[in-house]
Write a protein that binds this ligand. Structure first.
Ligand SMILES: Cc1cc2nc3c(=O)[nH]c(=O)nc-3n(C[C@H](O)[C@H](O)[C@H](O)COP(=O)(O)OP(=O)(O)OC[C@H]3O[C@@H](n4cnc5c(N)ncnc54)[C@H](O)[C@@H]3O)c2cc1C
Length: 385
Protein backbone atom coordinates (compact mmCIF):
# COMPACT_ATOMS: atom_id res chain seq x y z
CA UNK A 1 0.00 0.00 0.00
CA UNK A 2 1.28 3.50 -0.73
CA UNK A 3 2.91 5.32 2.18
CA UNK A 4 0.95 8.35 3.31
CA UNK A 5 2.41 11.59 4.66
CA UNK A 6 1.32 10.47 8.12
CA UNK A 7 3.34 7.28 7.77
CA UNK A 8 6.42 9.12 6.52
CA UNK A 9 6.21 11.65 9.36
CA UNK A 10 5.66 8.90 11.90
CA UNK A 11 8.67 6.95 10.64
CA UNK A 12 10.93 9.93 10.76
CA UNK A 13 9.72 10.99 14.25
CA UNK A 14 10.29 7.49 15.68
CA UNK A 15 13.71 7.36 13.99
CA UNK A 16 14.60 10.69 15.63
CA UNK A 17 13.56 9.40 19.04
CA UNK A 18 15.59 6.21 18.54
CA UNK A 19 18.73 8.21 17.71
CA UNK A 20 19.01 9.02 21.41
CA UNK A 21 19.27 5.26 22.06
CA UNK A 22 22.19 4.09 19.93
CA UNK A 23 23.74 0.61 19.64
CA UNK A 24 25.86 1.22 22.74
CA UNK A 25 22.70 1.74 24.84
CA UNK A 26 21.18 -1.61 23.80
CA UNK A 27 24.53 -3.41 23.99
CA UNK A 28 25.10 -2.33 27.60
CA UNK A 29 21.59 -3.44 28.62
CA UNK A 30 22.07 -6.74 26.82
CA UNK A 31 25.27 -7.47 28.76
CA UNK A 32 23.39 -7.00 32.03
CA UNK A 33 20.04 -8.37 30.90
CA UNK A 34 18.57 -5.07 32.08
CA UNK A 35 15.24 -3.54 31.06
CA UNK A 36 15.33 -0.45 28.82
CA UNK A 37 13.41 1.77 31.30
CA UNK A 38 14.67 5.04 29.85
CA UNK A 39 13.74 4.06 26.29
CA UNK A 40 10.26 2.80 27.26
CA UNK A 41 9.65 6.02 29.20
CA UNK A 42 10.68 8.14 26.23
CA UNK A 43 8.39 6.14 23.96
CA UNK A 44 5.50 6.44 26.42
CA UNK A 45 6.05 10.18 26.96
CA UNK A 46 5.99 10.71 23.20
CA UNK A 47 2.61 8.91 23.11
CA UNK A 48 3.72 6.05 20.86
CA UNK A 49 2.65 3.24 23.17
CA UNK A 50 -0.84 4.74 23.21
CA UNK A 51 -1.09 4.69 19.42
CA UNK A 52 -4.00 2.23 19.41
CA UNK A 53 -5.92 3.78 22.30
CA UNK A 54 -8.84 5.87 21.01
CA UNK A 55 -8.60 9.63 21.42
CA UNK A 56 -11.55 9.73 23.84
CA UNK A 57 -9.36 7.76 26.29
CA UNK A 58 -6.27 9.89 25.78
CA UNK A 59 -4.57 7.89 23.03
CA UNK A 60 -3.92 8.81 19.41
CA UNK A 61 -6.59 6.56 17.90
CA UNK A 62 -4.33 5.22 15.17
CA UNK A 63 -4.54 1.79 13.53
CA UNK A 64 -2.42 -1.32 13.50
CA UNK A 65 -0.67 -0.05 10.36
CA UNK A 66 0.68 2.95 12.26
CA UNK A 67 1.43 0.91 15.40
CA UNK A 68 3.38 -1.53 13.26
CA UNK A 69 5.41 1.30 11.72
CA UNK A 70 6.41 2.47 15.20
CA UNK A 71 7.64 -1.00 16.22
CA UNK A 72 9.34 -1.60 12.88
CA UNK A 73 11.34 1.62 13.20
CA UNK A 74 12.50 0.71 16.72
CA UNK A 75 13.93 -2.59 15.49
CA UNK A 76 15.28 -1.04 12.35
CA UNK A 77 17.21 1.46 14.43
CA UNK A 78 19.00 -1.41 16.19
CA UNK A 79 16.73 -1.46 19.25
CA UNK A 80 14.33 -4.10 20.47
CA UNK A 81 10.61 -3.34 20.56
CA UNK A 82 10.09 -6.60 22.47
CA UNK A 83 10.60 -4.55 25.60
CA UNK A 84 7.27 -2.84 25.16
CA UNK A 85 5.24 -4.21 22.22
CA UNK A 86 2.71 -6.03 24.41
CA UNK A 87 1.05 -2.80 25.51
CA UNK A 88 -0.14 -2.33 21.96
CA UNK A 89 -1.81 -5.69 21.46
CA UNK A 90 -3.01 -6.46 25.00
CA UNK A 91 -4.78 -3.14 25.19
CA UNK A 92 -7.06 -4.21 22.31
CA UNK A 93 -8.63 -6.95 24.46
CA UNK A 94 -9.50 -4.39 27.12
CA UNK A 95 -10.77 -1.95 24.51
CA UNK A 96 -12.97 -4.43 22.66
CA UNK A 97 -14.22 -6.52 25.57
CA UNK A 98 -13.72 -4.53 28.77
CA UNK A 99 -16.64 -2.84 30.56
CA UNK A 100 -17.15 0.91 30.36
CA UNK A 101 -16.04 1.18 33.97
CA UNK A 102 -12.78 -0.70 33.25
CA UNK A 103 -12.09 1.30 30.11
CA UNK A 104 -12.71 4.67 31.75
CA UNK A 105 -10.66 3.72 34.80
CA UNK A 106 -7.71 2.20 32.99
CA UNK A 107 -7.26 3.35 29.40
CA UNK A 108 -6.48 7.03 30.13
CA UNK A 109 -3.91 5.96 32.72
CA UNK A 110 -2.37 3.46 30.29
CA UNK A 111 -2.28 6.18 27.63
CA UNK A 112 -0.51 8.63 29.95
CA UNK A 113 1.95 6.03 31.19
CA UNK A 114 0.63 6.12 34.77
CA UNK A 115 -0.26 2.43 34.39
CA UNK A 116 1.72 -0.11 32.39
CA UNK A 117 -0.13 -2.97 30.69
CA UNK A 118 2.88 -4.86 29.43
CA UNK A 119 2.27 -8.43 30.57
CA UNK A 120 0.17 -11.09 28.90
CA UNK A 121 -0.10 -14.48 30.61
CA UNK A 122 -1.09 -17.40 28.40
CA UNK A 123 1.71 -20.01 28.13
CA UNK A 124 2.05 -22.76 30.74
CA UNK A 125 4.94 -25.16 31.34
CA UNK A 126 3.01 -28.40 30.93
CA UNK A 127 0.74 -27.52 28.01
CA UNK A 128 2.72 -25.10 25.78
CA UNK A 129 1.15 -24.45 22.38
CA UNK A 130 -1.91 -26.50 23.35
CA UNK A 131 -3.47 -23.41 24.94
CA UNK A 132 -6.96 -24.71 25.63
CA UNK A 133 -5.48 -27.41 27.91
CA UNK A 134 -4.00 -24.80 30.24
CA UNK A 135 -4.20 -25.74 33.92
CA UNK A 136 -4.33 -22.43 35.77
CA UNK A 137 -7.78 -22.10 37.33
CA UNK A 138 -9.79 -19.22 38.75
CA UNK A 139 -12.60 -20.28 41.08
CA UNK A 140 -15.30 -17.80 41.98
CA UNK A 141 -15.78 -17.31 45.70
CA UNK A 142 -18.20 -14.50 46.55
CA UNK A 143 -16.89 -11.29 45.01
CA UNK A 144 -13.46 -12.75 44.30
CA UNK A 145 -11.67 -15.27 42.12
CA UNK A 146 -9.08 -17.57 43.65
CA UNK A 147 -6.30 -18.24 41.14
CA UNK A 148 -4.09 -21.33 41.32
CA UNK A 149 -1.52 -22.54 38.81
CA UNK A 150 1.63 -21.61 36.98
CA UNK A 151 2.62 -19.70 33.84
CA UNK A 152 5.92 -19.61 32.01
CA UNK A 153 7.60 -17.16 29.63
CA UNK A 154 5.49 -14.27 30.85
CA UNK A 155 7.52 -11.34 29.66
CA UNK A 156 7.80 -7.93 31.33
CA UNK A 157 5.79 -9.01 34.41
CA UNK A 158 8.39 -7.22 36.55
CA UNK A 159 7.96 -4.05 34.48
CA UNK A 160 4.19 -3.90 34.29
CA UNK A 161 1.41 -2.82 36.65
CA UNK A 162 -1.25 -4.97 35.02
CA UNK A 163 -1.31 -8.53 33.70
CA UNK A 164 -3.87 -9.83 31.24
CA UNK A 165 -4.23 -13.42 32.42
CA UNK A 166 -5.92 -16.35 30.68
CA UNK A 167 -7.35 -18.89 33.15
CA UNK A 168 -9.82 -21.74 33.16
CA UNK A 169 -13.02 -20.89 35.02
CA UNK A 170 -15.00 -24.02 34.01
CA UNK A 171 -13.30 -27.43 34.01
CA UNK A 172 -12.54 -28.74 30.53
CA UNK A 173 -14.69 -31.86 31.05
CA UNK A 174 -17.70 -29.65 31.84
CA UNK A 175 -17.67 -27.67 28.56
CA UNK A 176 -18.86 -28.62 25.07
CA UNK A 177 -15.88 -27.13 23.23
CA UNK A 178 -12.36 -27.06 24.66
CA UNK A 179 -12.18 -23.36 23.76
CA UNK A 180 -15.09 -22.66 26.14
CA UNK A 181 -14.70 -22.10 29.87
CA UNK A 182 -11.58 -19.93 29.65
CA UNK A 183 -11.68 -16.37 30.98
CA UNK A 184 -9.52 -13.27 31.10
CA UNK A 185 -8.65 -11.52 34.34
CA UNK A 186 -6.90 -8.19 34.50
CA UNK A 187 -4.64 -8.72 37.50
CA UNK A 188 -3.18 -5.74 39.35
CA UNK A 189 0.40 -6.91 39.82
CA UNK A 190 1.12 -4.22 42.39
CA UNK A 191 -1.39 -5.85 44.72
CA UNK A 192 -0.78 -9.46 43.72
CA UNK A 193 2.98 -9.86 44.10
CA UNK A 194 3.77 -11.33 47.52
CA UNK A 195 0.09 -12.04 48.22
CA UNK A 196 -0.33 -15.25 46.26
CA UNK A 197 1.74 -14.39 43.19
CA UNK A 198 5.47 -15.04 42.92
CA UNK A 199 7.44 -13.85 39.89
CA UNK A 200 10.70 -15.61 39.05
CA UNK A 201 12.87 -14.22 36.23
CA UNK A 202 14.20 -16.57 33.52
CA UNK A 203 17.58 -15.71 32.02
CA UNK A 204 17.49 -16.25 28.27
CA UNK A 205 19.90 -16.03 25.32
CA UNK A 206 18.70 -12.50 24.62
CA UNK A 207 17.59 -9.61 26.81
CA UNK A 208 13.83 -10.16 27.12
CA UNK A 209 12.77 -9.72 30.78
CA UNK A 210 10.76 -12.91 30.76
CA UNK A 211 9.54 -14.74 33.87
CA UNK A 212 7.70 -17.63 35.47
CA UNK A 213 4.59 -16.90 37.52
CA UNK A 214 3.35 -18.99 40.43
CA UNK A 215 -0.24 -18.48 41.58
CA UNK A 216 -0.87 -19.86 45.03
CA UNK A 217 -4.48 -19.01 45.92
CA UNK A 218 -4.12 -15.47 44.66
CA UNK A 219 -7.31 -13.50 45.37
CA UNK A 220 -8.45 -11.28 42.52
CA UNK A 221 -11.60 -9.12 42.71
CA UNK A 222 -14.42 -10.36 40.48
CA UNK A 223 -14.43 -6.90 38.88
CA UNK A 224 -11.11 -7.88 37.23
CA UNK A 225 -12.97 -10.17 34.82
CA UNK A 226 -12.79 -8.85 31.25
CA UNK A 227 -15.98 -9.43 29.26
CA UNK A 228 -18.01 -12.53 30.00
CA UNK A 229 -16.82 -15.49 31.97
CA UNK A 230 -16.01 -18.45 29.71
CA UNK A 231 -15.36 -16.43 26.53
CA UNK A 232 -11.72 -15.56 27.23
CA UNK A 233 -10.29 -17.69 24.46
CA UNK A 234 -12.29 -15.81 21.83
CA UNK A 235 -11.13 -12.49 23.24
CA UNK A 236 -7.51 -13.61 23.12
CA UNK A 237 -7.80 -14.78 19.51
CA UNK A 238 -8.91 -11.24 18.52
CA UNK A 239 -5.71 -9.83 19.95
CA UNK A 240 -3.46 -12.51 18.49
CA UNK A 241 -3.91 -11.28 14.94
CA UNK A 242 -2.78 -7.81 16.00
CA UNK A 243 0.14 -9.35 17.85
CA UNK A 244 1.25 -11.35 14.80
CA UNK A 245 1.10 -8.33 12.51
CA UNK A 246 3.04 -6.16 14.95
CA UNK A 247 5.72 -8.81 15.44
CA UNK A 248 5.93 -9.25 11.65
CA UNK A 249 6.69 -5.52 11.43
CA UNK A 250 9.42 -5.86 14.06
CA UNK A 251 10.94 -8.68 11.99
CA UNK A 252 10.82 -6.47 8.89
CA UNK A 253 12.65 -3.80 10.90
CA UNK A 254 15.24 -6.35 12.01
CA UNK A 255 15.59 -7.67 8.46
CA UNK A 256 16.27 -4.19 7.09
CA UNK A 257 18.79 -3.50 9.84
CA UNK A 258 20.68 -6.72 9.00
CA UNK A 259 20.63 -6.00 5.26
CA UNK A 260 21.87 -2.42 5.88
CA UNK A 261 24.70 -3.57 8.12
CA UNK A 262 25.71 -6.43 5.82
CA UNK A 263 25.73 -4.09 2.81
CA UNK A 264 27.72 -1.44 4.60
CA UNK A 265 30.32 -3.94 5.77
CA UNK A 266 30.51 -5.74 2.40
CA UNK A 267 31.31 -2.40 0.73
CA UNK A 268 33.90 -1.39 3.30
CA UNK A 269 35.79 -4.61 4.00
CA UNK A 270 38.64 -5.19 1.54
CA UNK A 271 40.16 -8.67 1.23
CA UNK A 272 42.17 -9.88 -1.76
CA UNK A 273 42.40 -6.24 -2.88
CA UNK A 274 38.68 -5.75 -3.40
CA UNK A 275 35.58 -5.14 -1.32
CA UNK A 276 34.16 -8.51 -0.27
CA UNK A 277 30.78 -7.29 -1.62
CA UNK A 278 32.23 -7.45 -5.13
CA UNK A 279 32.10 -11.24 -4.89
CA UNK A 280 28.79 -12.72 -5.99
CA UNK A 281 29.16 -15.30 -3.22
CA UNK A 282 28.86 -12.42 -0.74
CA UNK A 283 26.45 -10.06 -2.52
CA UNK A 284 23.84 -12.58 -3.70
CA UNK A 285 22.88 -13.80 -0.22
CA UNK A 286 22.47 -10.16 0.89
CA UNK A 287 20.38 -9.37 -2.20
CA UNK A 288 18.22 -12.46 -1.62
CA UNK A 289 17.70 -11.55 2.03
CA UNK A 290 16.60 -8.06 0.92
CA UNK A 291 14.13 -9.54 -1.59
CA UNK A 292 12.60 -11.75 1.09
CA UNK A 293 12.29 -8.94 3.64
CA UNK A 294 10.53 -6.71 1.08
CA UNK A 295 8.14 -9.54 0.11
CA UNK A 296 7.30 -10.20 3.77
CA UNK A 297 6.65 -6.47 4.20
CA UNK A 298 3.92 -6.59 1.54
CA UNK A 299 2.10 -9.35 3.44
CA UNK A 300 2.51 -7.42 6.68
CA UNK A 301 0.78 -4.35 5.16
CA UNK A 302 -1.92 -6.49 3.57
CA UNK A 303 -2.69 -8.08 6.94
CA UNK A 304 -2.56 -4.74 8.78
CA UNK A 305 -4.85 -3.11 6.24
CA UNK A 306 -7.43 -5.89 6.59
CA UNK A 307 -7.19 -5.66 10.39
CA UNK A 308 -7.76 -1.90 10.37
CA UNK A 309 -10.79 -2.30 8.09
CA UNK A 310 -12.25 -4.82 10.53
CA UNK A 311 -12.11 -7.61 7.95
CA UNK A 312 -11.02 -11.21 8.65
CA UNK A 313 -7.22 -11.36 8.58
CA UNK A 314 -6.27 -14.57 10.43
CA UNK A 315 -4.60 -16.16 7.41
CA UNK A 316 -2.77 -12.98 6.39
CA UNK A 317 -1.63 -12.19 9.94
CA UNK A 318 -0.22 -15.68 10.34
CA UNK A 319 1.42 -15.64 6.91
CA UNK A 320 2.93 -12.21 7.56
CA UNK A 321 4.40 -13.41 10.85
CA UNK A 322 5.87 -16.53 9.23
CA UNK A 323 7.32 -14.75 6.19
CA UNK A 324 8.76 -11.87 8.20
CA UNK A 325 10.26 -14.10 10.90
CA UNK A 326 11.86 -16.29 8.23
CA UNK A 327 13.14 -13.25 6.31
CA UNK A 328 14.66 -11.60 9.40
CA UNK A 329 16.30 -14.86 10.45
CA UNK A 330 17.74 -15.36 6.96
CA UNK A 331 19.01 -11.77 6.95
CA UNK A 332 20.51 -12.26 10.43
CA UNK A 333 22.42 -15.30 9.26
CA UNK A 334 23.64 -13.51 6.14
CA UNK A 335 24.78 -10.53 8.23
CA UNK A 336 26.84 -12.78 10.51
CA UNK A 337 28.39 -14.57 7.53
CA UNK A 338 29.19 -11.29 5.76
CA UNK A 339 30.94 -9.95 8.84
CA UNK A 340 33.14 -13.04 9.10
CA UNK A 341 34.74 -13.18 12.55
CA UNK A 342 33.39 -9.72 13.43
CA UNK A 343 29.86 -11.11 13.16
CA UNK A 344 30.57 -12.75 16.50
CA UNK A 345 32.00 -9.66 18.19
CA UNK A 346 29.65 -7.86 20.59
CA UNK A 347 30.82 -4.43 19.43
CA UNK A 348 29.24 -4.94 15.98
CA UNK A 349 25.78 -5.69 17.46
CA UNK A 350 25.08 -8.24 14.74
CA UNK A 351 25.34 -11.16 17.17
CA UNK A 352 22.96 -9.39 19.60
CA UNK A 353 20.32 -8.73 16.96
CA UNK A 354 20.85 -12.30 15.64
CA UNK A 355 19.93 -13.67 19.08
CA UNK A 356 17.00 -11.27 19.39
CA UNK A 357 15.39 -12.06 16.04
CA UNK A 358 15.77 -15.83 16.52
CA UNK A 359 12.94 -15.68 19.06
CA UNK A 360 10.33 -15.06 16.40
CA UNK A 361 10.65 -18.55 14.96
CA UNK A 362 9.16 -19.75 18.26
CA UNK A 363 7.17 -16.95 19.91
CA UNK A 364 4.47 -15.76 20.13
CA UNK A 365 3.53 -18.72 17.93
CA UNK A 366 5.97 -21.18 16.44
CA UNK A 367 6.43 -21.55 12.70
CA UNK A 368 5.04 -25.11 12.75
CA UNK A 369 1.82 -24.00 14.37
CA UNK A 370 1.37 -21.32 11.70
CA UNK A 371 1.88 -23.92 8.98
CA UNK A 372 -0.65 -26.16 10.74
CA UNK A 373 -3.13 -23.25 10.79
CA UNK A 374 -2.64 -22.50 7.08
CA UNK A 375 -2.89 -26.20 6.17
CA UNK A 376 -6.12 -26.67 8.08
CA UNK A 377 -7.95 -23.35 7.90
CA UNK A 378 -6.79 -21.99 4.53
CA UNK A 379 -6.21 -25.16 2.51
CA UNK A 380 -8.79 -27.44 4.12
CA UNK A 381 -6.31 -30.22 4.96
CA UNK A 382 -7.07 -32.49 7.94
CA UNK A 383 -6.21 -31.15 11.38
CA UNK A 384 -2.79 -32.55 12.21
CA UNK A 385 -2.83 -32.28 16.00
C1 LIG B 1 11.49 -15.16 25.30
C2 LIG B 1 10.07 -15.59 25.28
C3 LIG B 1 9.07 -14.71 25.61
C4 LIG B 1 7.73 -15.14 25.64
N1 LIG B 1 6.77 -14.26 26.09
C5 LIG B 1 5.52 -14.74 26.32
C6 LIG B 1 4.54 -13.92 26.98
O1 LIG B 1 4.78 -12.74 27.31
N2 LIG B 1 3.33 -14.47 27.26
C7 LIG B 1 3.01 -15.76 26.95
O2 LIG B 1 1.90 -16.20 27.25
N3 LIG B 1 3.92 -16.57 26.31
C8 LIG B 1 5.16 -16.09 26.01
N4 LIG B 1 6.10 -16.90 25.40
C9 LIG B 1 5.75 -18.29 25.11
C10 LIG B 1 5.66 -18.59 23.63
O3 LIG B 1 4.47 -18.08 23.10
C11 LIG B 1 5.80 -20.11 23.49
O4 LIG B 1 7.14 -20.44 23.80
C12 LIG B 1 5.42 -20.59 22.13
O5 LIG B 1 4.05 -20.41 21.90
C13 LIG B 1 5.75 -22.09 21.97
O6 LIG B 1 5.25 -22.82 23.06
P1 LIG B 1 6.22 -23.80 23.88
O7 LIG B 1 7.45 -23.07 24.20
O8 LIG B 1 5.47 -24.40 25.00
O9 LIG B 1 6.60 -24.92 22.84
P2 LIG B 1 5.85 -26.30 22.59
O10 LIG B 1 4.39 -26.09 22.41
O11 LIG B 1 6.30 -27.25 23.63
O12 LIG B 1 6.48 -26.72 21.20
C14 LIG B 1 7.86 -27.11 21.09
C15 LIG B 1 8.20 -27.30 19.63
O13 LIG B 1 7.37 -28.34 19.08
C16 LIG B 1 6.65 -27.88 17.97
N5 LIG B 1 5.29 -28.45 17.99
C17 LIG B 1 4.46 -28.58 19.06
N6 LIG B 1 3.31 -29.15 18.66
C18 LIG B 1 3.41 -29.37 17.34
C19 LIG B 1 2.54 -29.91 16.34
N7 LIG B 1 1.32 -30.35 16.65
N8 LIG B 1 2.97 -29.98 15.08
C20 LIG B 1 4.21 -29.55 14.74
N9 LIG B 1 5.07 -29.01 15.62
C21 LIG B 1 4.68 -28.91 16.89
C22 LIG B 1 6.59 -26.35 18.10
O14 LIG B 1 6.48 -25.76 16.84
C23 LIG B 1 7.92 -26.05 18.80
O15 LIG B 1 8.92 -25.87 17.83
C24 LIG B 1 7.42 -16.47 25.29
C25 LIG B 1 8.44 -17.36 24.91
C26 LIG B 1 9.73 -16.95 24.92
C27 LIG B 1 10.81 -17.96 24.57
Amino acid sequence: MPATDLHRDLRSAVRDLCKAFPDSYWRALDAERAYPDRFVKALTDAGYLAALIPEEYGGSGLGVIEASIILEEINRSGGNAGACHAQMYTMGTLLRHGSDVQKRALLPKIASGELRLQAFGVTEPTTGSDTTQLKTTATRRGDRYIVRGQKVWISRAEHSDLLLLLVRTTPIDAVKKRTDGLSILLVDLREAVGRGLTIRPIRTMMNHATTELFFDDLEVPASALVGEEGLGFRYVIDGLNAERILIAAECVGDGRWFVDRATRYANARVVFNRPIGQNQGVQFPIARAHVNVEAADLMRFRAADLFDRGEPCGAEANMAKLLAADASWEAANVAVQTHGGFGFAEEYDVERKFRETRLYQVAPISTNLILAYVAEHVLGLPRSY
